[in-house]
Each structure stands twice: as C-alpha cells, then as structure tokens.
Design a protein around this ligand. Structure first.
Ligand SMILES: C[S@@+](CC[C@H](N)C(=O)[O-])C[C@H]1O[C@@H](n2cnc3c(N)ncnc32)[C@H](O)[C@@H]1O
Length: 224
C-alpha cells in the first residue's frame, strides 16, 4: 500500500503526463510528407504569379496539410478551405493549420461525390492526387471544379503528366509503373486527356510550367 506522500507523487506525475499529452496533441497529429515539404516553395513561386490577393481558395486532397499551412501564411488576404477524404489526413491538416486564422477547418470531401459541400470559390488547388487515385477522382475533380469555381477563377494542378501519351522522363515512367503495381487504377495521367475533360466543364488550359523533379504546374481558367 503506497504511503499518502508517495501516492501524491504518482498522482502528480500522471497529471503532468496527461497535461503534456494535451498540450502536444496537435503536433502529434501532424503528418510529415517529405515530398510535400520539398515542393511547397516551388509551388508557392508559381502561385504568387497566378492567385488573386483576396477571395477563397479550395484545396482538394490536402493530404498532410503542409501545403495549405505554407501557402496560407504567404497569402493572408485569402481564405483557404482544405479538404481530404481521409480522416487521419484531416486531423493532420487541422493540426498544421491550428494557428492560422485564414484557414477553415478541413472538410471531408471525396472528389468523386457530387455535389461538393462548398460554396463558390475563386480558385481550386489540387497537388498530387489525380495519379494516386482512380481516373474517376480526376474526372470528379474537373466536374466539381466546374460547379464551384467562379467565372475567371483558376484551377491549379501539380504533379507528373504524360504529354501526347509519352512520359517526360524515365523517372516518371518508373513512377507510373510503381503506381500501377500498387493499384491498377492509378497512374500518371495524360495532359491532353485532362485538358479535354476540363473543357467539358468550362475549364480552359491557360499554361503549364515545368517544375523540379519532372513535375508540372498546370493552370486552367474557368471561361464558360
Ligand atoms: C499523395 S497525397 C497528396 C496530398 C497533398 N496534396 C500533397 O501534395 O502533399 C494524395 C491525397 O489524395 C487524397 N485522395 C485520394 N482520393 C481522393 C478523392 N477521391 N477525393 C479527395 N481526396 C482524395 C488522399 O487521401 C491523399 O491525402
């Protein structure tokens, strides 16, 4: 039987552990995607040239939340709405963005499920989703964007693409093969296919920009 003093010591220790846990709960939820940390700054450089200074930006498939946390700090006049279908990712997004007043709570949004639970937005961002998801997710992304994006607003995509059916680098061909071995419905998409489907939703290809590691930034404008 512990003496009252020793019991009090255990109690204080347990309480200190619990308080420490509560204080660190947010940081525990933060996932760290190394590639996301690496490409956040090159993507930001492109966004600086194309995003408006005010309005609402919807991010589809926010993943860890590292991107939205980074971008929101550099665009304080924009309101950011992160989303992801994975609950663990949404907890990570919330943890990365807890201190940021211009970031809304993450929404559970599956790009393939229409209608999206969001109001009209001025821009839509989606990095590294359409090749790591079935083609239906890409189609859902384009259809949903067509519904919620204001006329003149932009859709920004980031990732590897094939051009006219061909990979732009050996490393992308290897990546494509590894994606398909994990899930036959995944794979590096052809920019022509994406552009054709985007046009069906009033989205016109404006430009594509070469990025590090054989990725592209692709910008569509809502023109109809
Ligand atoms: C490779 S991660 C990319 C995350 C982040 N955009 C980035 O660049 O770091 C792909 C993300 O897509 C999400 N995702 C996959 N299919 C989806 C869908 N149908 N709708 C919404 N998100 C989806 C996954 O949950 C995951 O968070």
């Amino acid at each position: 039987m512990p003496q009252p003093q020793a019991y009090c010591g255990y109690y204080n220790l347990a309480r200190a552990v619990w308080v420490y846990y509560l204080l660190n709960m947010n940081s525990d939820d933060r996932l760290d995607f190394p590639a996301t940390g690496r490409n956040a700054e090159p993507i930001l450089d492109v966004l600086r040239d194309v995003l408006p200074q005010q309005g609402t930006v919807l991010e589809i498939a926010s993943g860890s939340g590292q991107h939205v946390a980074h971008f929101a700090r550099h665009f304080p006049g924009l309101t950011w709405q992160p989303t992801d279908l994975d609950p663990e990712h949404r907890r990570s997004i919330a943890a990365w963005t807890a201190e940021l007043e211009n970031v809304r709570d993450p929404i559970g949004l599956d790009a393939t499920h229409a209608p999206w639970p969001v109001q009209r937005v001025d821009a839509v961002l989606c990095a590294n989703m359409i090749h790591i998801a079935p083609w239906e997710a890409g189609l859902g992304l384009l259809a949903g964007t067509g519904q919620v994006l204001s006329l003149g607003g932009l859709l920004y995509l980031y990732g590897p693409f094939r051009i006219d059916g061909a990979h732009t680098a050996d490393s992308n061909a290897q990546f494509d093969a590894s994606l398909k071995s994990r899930n036959p419905s995944w794979g590096v998409r052809d920019l022509g296919d994406v552009t054709d489907c985007a046009a069906e939703h009033g989205l016109t290809l404006e430009t594509s920009i070469e990025m590090p590691a054989n990725n592209l930034s692709v910008i569509f404008r809502k023109t109809a």
